[in-house]
Design a protein around this ligand. Structure first.
Ligand SMILES: [Zn+2]
Length: 82
């Protein structure tokens, strides 16, 4: 389904729920919001998980396009939202 921008207040809530760290390893760097059901249009709180990029990338079987996207985002200093 079509990707929809996660509203900022939802992002803040997810960030708070996970204590500002990755849900798998507690890293506080390169955080992304992961859609657990793989549906980027489902921005329900229950569907979102805070993950660091390495854990997020693993979760998506190390997709090459995702790595390229990530490096671009990082280069221009934008918050990661996958
Ligand atoms: Zn992690």
């Amino acid at each position: 389904m079509r990707r929809q921008k996660i509203p900022n207040y939802i992002k803040k809530l997810v960030y708070e729920i996970y204590g500002g760290g990755c849900g798998r390893c507690s890293s506080k760097e390169d955080l992304n919001i992961h859609h657990e059901d793989r549906d980027p249009s489902n921005n329900s709180l229950y569907n979102l998980e805070l993950l660091c990029f390495p854990d997020h990338w693993l979760e998506h079987n190390c997709r090459p396009d995702m790595l390229i996207w990530y490096l671009k985002q990082k280069h221009i200093g934008e918050i990661i939202k996958w």
